[in-house]
Design a protein around this ligand. Structure first.
Ligand code: DAH
Length: 339
């Protein structure tokens, strides 16, 4: 009897020692087995009680069993709450989530749009699949005209194409607005059967159209210069060269000074490799042809206008010195990540 009482005290003492050494829930599991398991200390105590046991002793063992249960479960919740605190360590630096960015062409489009918006131009989008009227006939390009061969067009049906230029937007805008003034910038996708370092089958153009009373070439020049200086840099100059387009008269090509040689054509006394002449071609422009105005139900006696159509990828190349356009559309993440 006395030995059993001593044993009970010893077990209590041992348990307290064991608990002090335990910090993980797995330690508590082990103690559970050690004290309360089938082969555990408590069962052993019960089994080894003398046959004629003092009821007080049986009660003392039961109390010990409950005490152990309580202490173990208290310890278990303590270890678990510690473990949770360990998981939510707010001082650990967060995982870096890779951040995307706008595609180079989208960035260029947004920049172009904002430059023209400052001049009061309204952004438009017109169909990429277009009928012959808006795309050619209405723009003063008759069916048998060689100008139709100039652009290697993708035909959908005999009468519909994937637009090879954004000039279809001119007639559509006149149809929409019905009367002057018009001041729109139509930025859209264009398609041609071409692929090399400076041409892709799908590319983008921005088409400007201004129609009002008394519009003349100086307005075209002013807008061109404002765009070139805003987009490429204040030091850039522009010039007009006579050219021919069916839908403008007179027609021009617009050039901008090269950013590499600053328009001199020479770099360290060697001819500039980028432009050879000091000038880079921006694109076509001109005064809207009277036939086109009439096709849009505008009266060429009453109003006049200018138009231009330039390539988004082209201005991007001129500005950034990008050597090969195909890089833009190859979705090589090492290239795209830089922008
Ligand atoms: N549509 C022509 C092209 O893609 C570019 C162009 C030239 C647009 C003269 C115009 C313009 O609006 O007036 O080559």
């Amino acid at each position: 009897m006395v030995t059993k009482v001593i044993e009970i005290e010893q077990i209590k003492h041992e348990l307290d020692n064991d608990l002090k050494k335990s910090s993980l829930s797995s330690d508590v599991d082990k103690l559970n087995t050690k004290y309360l398991g089938k082969q555990g200390r408590i069962n052993f105590l019960f089994k080894t009680l003398p046959v004629k046991t003092d009821p007080q002793l049986g009660k003392a063992v039961n109390e010990l069993k409950n005490l152990i249960k309580d202490k173990l479960s208290a310890k278990l919740s303590e270890t678990l709450s510690h473990a949770q605190q360990d998981i939510v360590d707010v001082t650990v630096p967060g995982l870096e989530i890779p951040q995307g960015s706008l595609h180079l062409v989208t960035q260029a489009i947004e920049e172009i749009e904002s430059i023209f918006q400052k001049l009061g131009f309204v952004r438009r989008r017109y169909p990429e699949v277009e009928t012959d009227w808006y795309y050619a006939e209405g723009l003063n390009i008759p069916k048998d005209h060689p100008a139709r061969d100039d652009q290697e067009t993708f035909y959908i049906t005999n009468n519909t194409v994937l637009t090879a230029h954004t000039s279809n937007g001119q007639l559509r805008e006149m149809e929409l607005k019905k009367t002057p003034p018009i001041k729109m910038i139509n930025i859209g996708k264009t398609y041609r059967r071409q692929i090399d370092a400076t041409h892709t089958p799908m590319f983008h153009q921005f088409e400007g159209l201004v129609i009002d009373k008394g519009i003349n070439i100086t307005h075209l020049l002013g807008v061109t210069e404002y765009f070139a200086k805003s987009y490429f840099g204040q030091e850039r100059q522009t010039r007009l060269r006579p050219h021919h387009f069916q839908f403008t008269e007179p027609s021009f090509e617009i050039d901008v000074t090269c950013g590499v040689c600053q328009g001199t054509g020479m770099v360290h006394e060697i001819p500039c490799k980028v432009c050879k002449s000091g000038w880079l071609e921006l694109g076509g422009a001109g005064m809207v042809h009277p036939n086109v105005l009439r096709n849009g139900n505008f009266d060429p006696e009453e109003c006049s206008g200018f138009a231009f159509g330039w390539g988004v990828e082209r201005v991007l190349m001129i500005k950034s010195g990008l050597p090969d356009l195909r890089l833009i559309y190859n979705d090589d993440i090492r290239f795209l990540k830089q922008f």
